[in-house]
Design a protein around this ligand. Structure first.
Ligand SMILES: Nc1ncnc2c1ncn2[C@@H]1O[C@H](COP(=O)(O)OP(=O)(O)OP(=O)(O)O)[C@@H](O)[C@H]1O
Ligand SMILES: C[C@@](O)(CCOP(=O)(O)OP(=O)(O)O)CC(=O)O
Length: 418
């Protein structure tokens, strides 16, 4: 194998937001959780990771570049994923390029990985979920790993727990499993993205700075010190999982919303019950919760569900386009952009919701009326600049291979970043 060929695969993988949260591990190395969790996959058009992986006899060691910067692959999580994939690699033949890789060659061959997140990394927008899912999916294709998505999810899980749910589109359950080796701790699809196509998701990016306590250390401290976590994992979540599956199957938005909001609040309550306490939400997060709670109560039936991961950003799930329009009007009313902000960078993603809301420029935002649920009270206060930007999106599809050469992140001849 003295030739200098480069074989490359590029894939795109979505991120996901948990509506029944994973928080706490029973095995730190294999990443085995203490409860099942359920998530919604977000449309990769708006939030996704793109990863190119390449193999060449010319590569001297495994290397990775994340968002253009070289990072070390020596960490246990990357090593575990690479080892599991190499062990399952098969023969690969590319007749056109005259490349033949035998199964046993994969132990000696090295890979180059380049990945790009089209959203802030490590800011509570689940970059590790999309990132590890994409790494595993693309390497599995390159190495001709002949296993289904559920088996691949058990490998992605070893990169980051929530990553196993990004192997599927739509609505996904991560089954915690019972086996000590983690073989039954896998993700399964509950319903695809078309099943509940009415849902609209608006993310309020409250802060895109890197957070103080990572999910990994946060959940470790919770398991070690919180008395509430055991009750949550053993009593509360198992019941909620059954109810959430039903709500999704039946398109029952009121139940979906109540369960998602309660579960997010309970996750943040166990963070507060951790010693020392962990605060992921901030004042802006709390104001968003109040706004939604007030509106939902005023309407008599939930219009929007909220959920917050390990950070202050709000993920708001509206039951249809009309609710999303009314939601965006409320959000822009309470959280108008700074005067020097450009509207097109303040609301990104699916801008058609902005059209529905009748907001075309900054003047339209200033002209928004206070929502009816606050009218009788003192004039509603506004919090200009407290939200960095909004992303409008929807439930989306799972990983896909990209055959477009212009999307490749590695050079087809050198295997180095483009
Ligand atoms: N595209 C990627 N490919 C591979 N690994 C990635 C990628 N993006 C992020 N990661 C890994 O995930 C880490 C960030 O994970 P972290 O859990 O801190 O943040 P997050 O996933 O953005 O937030 P959260 O999981 O709490 O929602 C990065 O330091 C990196 O190791
Ligand atoms: C709050 C959460 O987003 C926690 C995600 O934790 P991670 O999957 O990032 O943690 P590790 O398994 O240690 O990598 C809830 C969820 O996604 O279910």
């Amino acid at each position: 194998m003295a030739e200098k060929w480069v074989l490359m695969v590029t894939a795109q993988t979505p991120t996901n937001i948990a509506v029944i949260k994973y928080w706490g591990k029973r095995d730190e190395n294999l990443i085995l959780p203490i409860n099942d969790s359920i998530s919604v996959t977000l449309d990769p058009q708006h939030l996704c990771t793109t990863t190119s992986v390449a193999v060449s006899p010319a590569f001297t060691h495994d290397r990775m570049w994340l968002n253009g910067k070289e990072i070390s692959l020596s960490g246990g999580r990357y090593q575990n994923c690479l080892r599991e994939l190499r062990a399952r690699a098969s023969d690969v033949e590319d007749e056109e390029k005259g490349i033949k890789i035998a199964k046993k060659d994969w132990e000696k061959l090295h890979v180059h990985i380049a990945s790009y997140n089209n959203f802030p990394t490590a800011a509570g927008l689940a970059s590790s979920a999309a990132g590890f899912a994409c790494l595993v999916f693309s390497l599995a294709k390159l190495m001709n790993v002949k296993e289904d998505h559920s088996k691949l999810s058990a490998i992605a899980r070893q990169g980051s727990g929530s990553a196993c749910r990004s192997l599927y589109g739509g609505f996904v359950k991560w089954i915690m499993g019972k086996e000590e080796n983690g073989s039954d701790s896998i993700a399964v699809q509950l319903a695809d993205e078309k099943h509940w196509g009415d849902l609209v998701i608006i993310i309020a990016v409250v802060s895109s700075r890197q957070k103080e306590t990572s999910s990994t250390s946060g959940m470790r401290e919770t398991v070690e010190t919180s008395m509430l976590i055991e009750h949550r994992a053993k009593e509360v979540v198992p019941r909620r999982i059954i109810q959430m599956e039903e709500a999704i199957k039946d398109h029952d938005f009121p139940s979906f919303s109540r369960l998602a909001c309660s579960d997010s609040n309970q996750f943040h309550a166990v963070c507060l019950d951790t010693s020392p306490p962990i605060f992921y939400m901030n004042d802006t997060s709390h104001r968003i919760i109040s706004c939604i709670e007030k509106w939902n109560r005023f309407e008599g039936t939930p219009q929007v569900a909220y959920t917050f991961d390990a950070g202050p950003n709000a993920v708001l799930i509206a039951h249809n386009r009309n609710a999303a329009k009314l939601l965006l009007q409320r959000l822009l009313f309470y959280f108008p952009p700074q005067s020097d902000t450009d509207l097109s960078s303040y609301v990104i993603g699916d801008k058609s919701i902005l059209e529905d809301a009748g907001v075309h420029n900054m003047k339209d935002i200033e002209a928004l009326a206070a929502p009816p649920e606050v009218k009788d009270n003192t004039p509603a206060q506004k919090y200009k600049g407290d939200v960095s930007y909004f992303i409008c999106t929807r439930p989306g599809k799972g990983p896909v291979l990209l055959n477009d050469e212009t999307k490749e992140l590695l050079n087809a001849e050198t295997g180095l970043p483009n």
